[in-house]
Design a protein around this ligand. Structure first.
Ligand SMILES: [Zn+2]
Length: 359
């Protein structure tokens, strides 16, 4: 692609990055992202057009507000420069329609990464919005791509919800947690178990049926978590030995069904007003926001490349945690980073790896 196109993408990225800064600041605080116009958070001074110029205005003002002298976070020029560079790289690396699609993906991931780093939340409007955009853009390349994106979303979030949920069970030393009504982890686990036994659609149906039953009877019907986990391990174990479904089919069925129920349930919780996340003070290995982010990534990059990205995210997160000496750091920024790598290089890395192990 021409140098002009790449340069133009860079400038566009700087401007989009400046808007992302507004989102990163306001979205977790529940403020409107369009109104009021940008101002200094300390003294309220309206920013002039010159003060809105990405990166340069920060250097010009030596990182301070011109009216009150308050320090401006270096996050502002960082986000702008990062967005500019990623947009330019996408314009250079990808054919043009895909480059334009990728800008949406990259912008949402940058916003999510910085919001999660600071506030430890991944807003639904960004994760589900990004998931929806991934499905929309995939559908431009035909029904097969749309099905692939849906499958990628369900498998990726299924993997994360099972790791996160059963990981939390492990941290609680196997004590069953109180389920959420009408849908929560228990319905996800039922979906996984039935999906492993009978296939993805039966699993999805079982999870949703359990959800509807709870809702209709106003009670909570749930299989205790240790029971569903042991059953799942048994089903997979016997599939590995050759009984029932082939092993990989069984795993796929469980992940797809679990992810489907997790994403639908998460959507329900996002849309039902007056509910907060039910993680409370229970031991949490992974937040549910990470499950939704995984769904978004799976829709955009596909399940195979997602695994590559997840591997990078886990390694980068563990290394950073070790360097910072902290046990608890938000995983979202690493997942977002892994998603960007997976988007550009995931398939190539996967192919190289499969060739290396002789598949
Ligand atoms: Zn000020």
């Amino acid at each position: 692609m021409g140098a002009m196109w790449v340069a133009w993408a860079f400038v566009l990225g700087l401007v989009v990055g400046s808007f992302l800064n507004v989102m990163i600041y306001r979205l977790p605080r529940g403020q409107s992202v369009v109104f009021p116009p940008s101002h200094c958070p300390d003294c309220g001074k309206r920013l002039t057009p010159a003060e809105l110029v990405p990166v340069l205005s920060y250097l010009w003002q030596k990182g301070r507000c011109r009216q009150c002298g308050a320090r401006i976070s270096p996050r502002y020029p960082l986000v702008e420069a990062l967005t500019g560079l990623l947009f330019a790289f996408a314009a250079w690396w990808l054919p043009w329609p895909q480059a334009v699609f990728s800008w949406f993906f990259l912008a949402i991931l940058i916003a999510l990464a910085f919001i999660d780093a600071e506030h430890e939340i991944l807003p639904d409007v960004l994760t589900y919005g990004g998931l929806l955009l991934g499905l929309v853009f995939a559908s431009f390349s035909g029904a097969a791509s749309l099905a692939g994106a849906l499958g990628g979303a369900a498998l990726a979030s299924g993997l994360l919800v099972l790791i996160g949920g059963y990981g939390a069970l492990w941290l609680r030393r196997g004590r069953d947690a109180r389920g959420s009504w009408p849908v929560g982890f228990h319905q996800v686990y039922l979906a996984a178990l039935v999906g492993a036994l009978l296939g993805p659609w039966w699993g999805l149906l079982a999870g949703v049926a359990n959800w509807v039953l709870n809702w209709a009877t106003r009670r909570r019907f749930e299989l205790p978590e240790p029971v569903s986990l042991l059953s799942l391990v048994l089903v997979w174990g016997s599939a590995w030995m050759g009984a029932g479904q082939p092993f990989f089919e069984s795993v796929k069925g469980a992940l797809f069904a679990a992810g489907g129920v997790a994403l639908l349930g998460g959507l329900y919780w996002a849309l039902v007003p007056g509910t907060e996340d039910d993680e409370g003070d229970e031991a949490v290995a992974l937040g549910f926001g990470d499950v939704k982010l995984a769904g978004m990534l799976g829709a955009w990059v596909g399940f195979g490349p997602f695994l590559v990205g997840l591997f990078f995210a886990v390694v980068a997160g563990a290394l950073t945690g070790a360097v910072l000496g902290q046990r608890r750091i938000p995983f979202g920024p690493f997942l977002a980073l892994g998603g960007v790598l997976a988007y550009f290089f995931g398939q190539a890395i996967l192919n190289a790896y499969l060739a290396f192990i002789g598949w």
